[in-house]
Design a protein around this ligand. Structure first.
Ligand SMILES: [Zn+2]
Length: 117
């Protein structure tokens, strides 16, 4: 995936903002429902709206916008240098449900559960 690609930028800020549980990308619920997560197409959120609820959470803190993930210090810190440009949560507190962690495992997709502080 090239660094040219960019994720949608949230069109509103508030309770409907969701962070992807795997890559921390932040968009509105509607944006996830319409086009899924740009970093995690294998979740196929746009195919199945319940998936959006499973793969995203409103339980996150911090919000940074990363325009060039290959150069940003924050992106390096978040280990998202390989992700598309977009808005990211600094900390996502929820874990992916087990069946989706298994989906990642089956497809050799790296997933790091949230660090417990
Ligand atoms: Zn994602």
């Amino acid at each position: 995936m090239g660094s040219q690609q960019a994720a949608q930028i949230p069109t509103s800020f508030g309770h409907e903002l969701k962070a992807c549980l795997r890559c921390c990308l932040v968009k509105t619920y509607d944006q996830f429902r319409e086009s899924g997560c740009e970093n995690c197409p294998f979740f196929q959120m746009e195919e199945d709206h319940e998936r959006v609820m499973e793969c995203t959470t409103s339980n996150f803190t911090g919000l940074i916008s990363v325009m060039d993930p290959t150069r940003s210090w924050a992106a390096r810190w978040l280990r998202i240098a390989r992700y598309v440009s977009g808005c990211y949560a600094l900390l996502v507190s929820d874990e992916l449900p087990d069946d989706l962690q298994n989906l990642c495992k089956d497809q050799n997709i790296p997933y790091a559960p949230p660090k417990r502080i």
